[in-house]
Design a protein around this ligand. Structure first.
Ligand code: GAP
Length: 494
């Protein structure tokens, strides 16, 4: 392979640029676009779906193929309503909501207060910021919603739209979407669209353990849609009402959970770096205040254009969920451990990453602007430097010109490669324009068939990031591309 030139990235993709790029080049579209969109719902386009599927496949294989003690399932979105009672979601999966009476806009009261705290901190008043966060934390813990409102008034937190302090009271707003099952109204009952995929794993714990003859420690992985009626949906696909989670629950012997928590915390951080996210843009954020069911929790945050934000959560969930399901279902959720001759409810370490947040991180990181040319020819080249294993299209095959038998030869190569890889054939426009189109969607290789190809059975291969070209034998192309795009390149780094 050709030596890669150092890429000089001049500016980093701001969120606005990334959103515009995602729409223009077929990655992400607003939902129901012709009706002006539906807030917090997005559709993945022709290249977006390929990138997202590659991320999901990679995660799936990293979990289930690389760990012989992790198995996958695919549970339904709808579950028995009692599941959500047992999990605590019916009673406490709430956000504090407040409306401004003048603008009629709705906000999350806690987010408004946190934004104010962040402003103090940005202005250098760390203590005041922290103090405000602590006060908010205490009020939320005590479910003192009047206190939250009073704190907003005291801090003079105004509506960003109307600029007034004319707030309603603060109300708890449950984030679960509900609907009815049953065709006859009288017989119908309320069920929920799952707000996390994890519960589908918990209720199948014994099914998988028994049918798979699994021995603790073992894990169950799942990828699937989750739904949350987010009060404020912001930042593109970062916070959506319909999104996808990739979750794994790892069942362990009580008392061994911290060892596994540390293992998965470190494994997952390594994974994000292996797919190409730079170490300096990733960090751990340890939860100081833990949910009642957790005895340790940490987020892996990525530095999005709008700051470091949660991308994945790793939680030591104790035996809370299984114990609660045992209570509500009256079915034992125990495991007999032959090594210690004991029955117990296993403890659980969870890894939970949002496929859409991961997609956004990968897209933001891949977006590159590079100044090329001199004087009047100076221009900005935009390209997506996606890892070849993740790129939607692996290679584009071009005949240099549309004559002299070059299209036929290029088609022949295309048809062979198509059987193993997602490749495309292009003969329209100048070669420069064709390169540009592939750069914009992150295709790592452009294969050009020229006159020499007919005589020597070789082609030129242009590398996306450095734009350098090398000559490769046509017979070697499947290996050449196969090596570059293989998940193995990523697995080797884990
Ligand atoms: N089972 C644990 C759980 O659901 P969470 O922190 O609420 O934990 C896990 O969610 C991950 O799901 C987050 O780290 C994030 O990547 C993703 N996620 C959560 N809410 C989301 C939303 N509204 N839009 C997109 N992704 C979301």
């Amino acid at each position: 392979m050709a030596e890669k030139k150092e890429t000089t990235t001049t500016t980093e993709g701001s969120l606005k640029k990334v959103i515009a790029h995602a729409k223009e080049y077929g990655f992400v579209f607003p939902s129901s676009d012709i009706y002006d969109g539906l807030q917090a719902v997005y559709d993945y386009g022709q290249y977006g779906v390929e990138l997202k599927n590659n991320l999901k496949n990679l995660w799936w294989k990293s979990m289930t193929q690389l760990n012989s003690n992790v198995m996958g399932i695919d549970a339904g979105i709808f579950m028995h309503p009692t599941v959500w009672k047992a999990s605590g979601h019916v009673d406490s999966f709430n956000d504090p909501m407040i409306d401004n009476k003048d603008s009629k806009k709705r906000y999350r009261a806690d987010v408004l207060i946190e934004d104010k705290a962040a402003k103090y901190e940005e202005a250098g008043d760390e203590n005041r910021g922290q103090n405000l966060r602590n006060r908010l934390g205490k009020l939320m813990e005590a479910n003192d919603l009047e206190g939250v409102r009073a704190l907003m008034i005291e801090e003079e937190i105004k509506c960003p739209v109307s600029g007034t302090l004319n707030w309603t009271e603060v109300r708890q707003f449950n984030l679960m979407f509900s609907t009815q099952v049953g065709s006859v109204a009288e017989d119908s009952s309320t069920i929920y669209l799952r707000p996390e995929t994890a519960q589908g794993i918990f209720v199948n714990f014994l099914n998988v353990q028994k049918s798979g003859r699994a021995k603790i420690p073992f894990g169950i992985a799942q990828i699937g849609k989750a739904f949350r009626n987010e009060i404020v949906a912001r930042q593109f696909i970062f916070r959506m009402r319909e999104f996808e989670q990739m979750e794994m629950q790892f069942f362990v012997r009580p008392g061994e959970e911290m060892k596994w928590y540390e293992h998965w915390r470190d494994t997952r951080m390594k994974w994000h770096q292996a797919i190409g996210l730079p170490a300096e843009k990733l960090k751990f954020h340890k939860h100081e205040k833990l949910a009642h069911y957790a005895n340790a929790a940490v987020d892996i945050e990525y530095q999005f254009p709008f700051g470091f934000k949660e991308m994945e959560g790793i939680h030591s969930r104790t035996d809370f969920d299984l114990k609660s399901h045992q209570e509500y279902s009256k079915k034992k959720q125990q495991y007999f451990d032959p090594e210690i001759n004991q029955n117990y409810i296993p403890y659980v370490v969870e890894t939970s990453v949002g496929a859409d947040r991961l997609f956004l991180a990968v897209l933001c990181n891949a977006y590159n602007e590079q100044e090329v040319g001199e004087g009047e020819d100076k221009k900005v080249r935009v390209f997506l430097s996606l890892h070849p294993a993740l790129a939607p299209i692996k290679a584009a095959i071009f005949p240099l010109v549309k004559k002299d038998g070059l299209p036929e030869k290029a088609q022949e190569i295309f048809k062979t490669l198509q059987q193993d890889f997602n490749v495309i054939y292009e003969e329209r426009d100048t070669i420069g324009k064709r390169y540009t189109r592939q750069d914009l969607i992150g295709t790592p290789f452009c294969i050009v068939v020229d006159q020499e190809s007919l005589a020597t059975e070789t082609v030129t291969v242009r590398h996306r990031d450095c734009t350098e070209q090398e000559r490769v034998a046509i017979a070697d192309l499947p290996n050449f591309i196969g090596n570059a795009v293989s998940f193995k390149r990523i697995f080797e780094k884990l």
